[in-house]
Design a protein around this ligand. Structure first.
Ligand code: FAD
Length: 475
């Protein structure tokens, strides 16, 4: 039989259950669709600028890897609810398979497509692979889902995640007539035709005036090698990322204090199961380092657990009282934050690292997010949107969930009154200014005077919080 494998956020050929099952059934043809949301708003959130660059690069490597296996990879742009059934029809496939995705708007779309394909008499299967724990399989007694990390982690870690699947064996070349009939589908194009690299990269165009249009491929490409070969090299370095993790993971300057595997997980170049197995079996690692790193993998699971259970998590606070929070939303303050000109070196260094590399260390993500939402009293959605556009690892769960966590509106959030002091954080985690020196030149550092006073703005944030609580009490 012939199977269409629809690749989405799983840009790999190993540990890929859909691909493995499809090869077991016979021959495979693959497709990746640059999806637009349909009129009902179903489908994935449109990729931000940095992720568009990453996906473009990663797809070009995937195309090559699949071609080594004799599998053609087609590209198409538009609404997948139209494209996938049409392609399946033109190719006359027997089955369609894909890896599951978990954001509610994508799941609803996939459900519709599944029904449509089945109505046409095709076999359809969705496979796990992006997560270690299917979000609907974990629930506390008497509740529908976990709202606090530790009980979630205790309940789900330690389960059997199964074995990592090998790369399937090569198949004989498919007839060119088959590819021709796929290309008759109007939505089918080549990789460049997807237009992933078109545009300036940033939706908001904040820097357009000063810098001219921004082309991601000129900057973040110096820091990353997307695709399976880059991913394999990153996996080789996993040992360095885990070794010392329990004590060093909060130090932003040390290049190896964390693994930097987040974009690999985001785009599915590496599977969480493969990383869990690698961490469990890495030699010469202390129990503390191993456990604390694996625990972070489960934070990712927890974010997806929450996103699965909270549609529109990027728009609405999990704790609804935060709908009444009196945000200030000063446009100039947002721009200073985005461009790393707040006058607080740790914040500015973090925002510069993000802009230059598409990635920021977790400790600094927390400090910059706290600064925006508390000292500048900006809505967390504005920061979330900026990160969405600039992070190579931006995903539909971790980004909004982490923002809500910092802003105090999340399920298991940091208490609102915990306002990070960027100067104290700097002394504690970057005592020798190593991180700051890496990202800020001495002149920028000295010339930018602070845009807010830390003590005054902290008080204003606590007052705003009290105001929200009194609104809540009076309604
Ligand atoms: P390591 O420390 O080596 O951890 C290994 C893996 O565990 C990571 O690759 C990641 O998949 C997962 N992980 C680690 N920390 C967290 C965490 N706090 N929450 C969830 N998963 C975690 N992470 C994203 O993957 N995408 C995002 O869009 C994202 N946005 C964030 C926004 C804010 C405001 C904050 C505070 C955090 C955000 N994070 C996000 C979480 C975290 O900062 C990154 O996952 C981490 O910095 C990635 O670096 P690493 O791969 O070196 O992580």
């Amino acid at each position: 039989g012939l199977t269409l494998v629809w690749f989405r956020e799983d840009l790999r050929v190993h540990d890929h259950a859909a691909l493995t099952a499809a090869r077991a059934d016979g021959h495979v043809i693959a497709v990746w669709v640059r999806e637009s949301r349909d009129d009902d708003g179903l489908g994935p959130r449109p990729l931000g600028g940095a992720c568009r660059w990453w996906v473009h690069e990663s797809l070009s490597v995937l195309e090559e890897e699949l071609s080594h296996l004799g599998i053609p990879l087609l590209f198409a742009a538009g609404e997948s609810a139209t494209i996938i059934p049409e392609l399946a029809g033109r190719l006359d496939v027997d089955a369609v398979r894909w890896s599951r995705r978990y954001a509610p708007a994508s799941r609803s779309l996939d459900g519709r497509i599944k029904t449509e394909l089945r109505n046409r008499g095709l076999t359809v299967h969705s496979h796990p692979g992006a997560l270690l724990v299917e979000p609907w399989t974990a629930a506390p007694q008497g509740g529908d889902h976990y709202k606090v990390f530790t009980p979630f982690w205790k309940a789900v870690s330690g389960g059997d995640v199964g074995d990592v699947l090998p790369v399937p064996v090569e198949q004989p070349r498919l007839s060119t007539g088959l590819i021709d009939s796929a290309q008759a589908c109007a939505a089918v194009t080549d990789l460049d035709g997807l237009g992933l690299l078109d545009g300036t990269g940033t939706g908001s165009g904040v820097f357009a005036a000063a810098d001219g249009p921004r082309w991601w491929q000129d900057t973040i490409s110096r820091h990353w090698t997307p695709g399976l070969r880059g991913a394999a090299a990153a996996l080789e370095d996993l040992h360095a990322g885990i070794d010392g993790y329990s004590t060093a993971h909060d130090i932003p300057a040390d290049g190896a204090s964390t693994s930097r595997l987040s974009p690999r997980l985001r785009h599915g170049e590496l599977s969480p199961r493969q990383l869990l197995r690698a961490a469990q079996t890495a030699e010469g690692i202390t129990v503390d380092d191993r456990t604390s790193w694996i625990r972070q993998l489960y934070w990712r699971e927890f974010s997806w657990h929450l996103a699965y259970h909270h549609p529109d998590i990027d728009a609405w606070p999990i704790r609804p009282e935060f709908n009444d929070f009196p945000y200030d939303d000063d446009e100039g303050a947002l721009r200073s934050w985005q461009s790393g000109q707040t006058g607080y070196p740790l914040v500015d260094a973090g925002m510069t690292q993000l802009w230059e590399t598409g990635w920021m260390h977790n400790r600094v993500r927390m400090v910059t997010a706290s600064f925006l939402t508390k000292n500048l009293l900006h809505h967390w959605r504005h920061g979330e949107q900026w990160f969405w556009d600039t992070l190579v690892d931006a995903d539909e769960a971790n980004n909004p969930v982490s923002w809500q966590w910092v802003a105090g509106s999340g399920a298991d959030a940091a208490p609102f009154f915990r306002v990070f002091n960027p100067e104290r954080q700097r002394k504690r985690f970057d005592p020798d200014d190593a991180y700051i020196d890496e990202w800020l030149s001495e002149t920028t550092d000295a010339e930018t005077s602070p845009i807010v006073d830390l003590a005054d703005s902290r008080h204003a944030a606590l007052d705003a919080y009290d105001q929200m609580k009194s609104t809540e009490a009076s309604t």
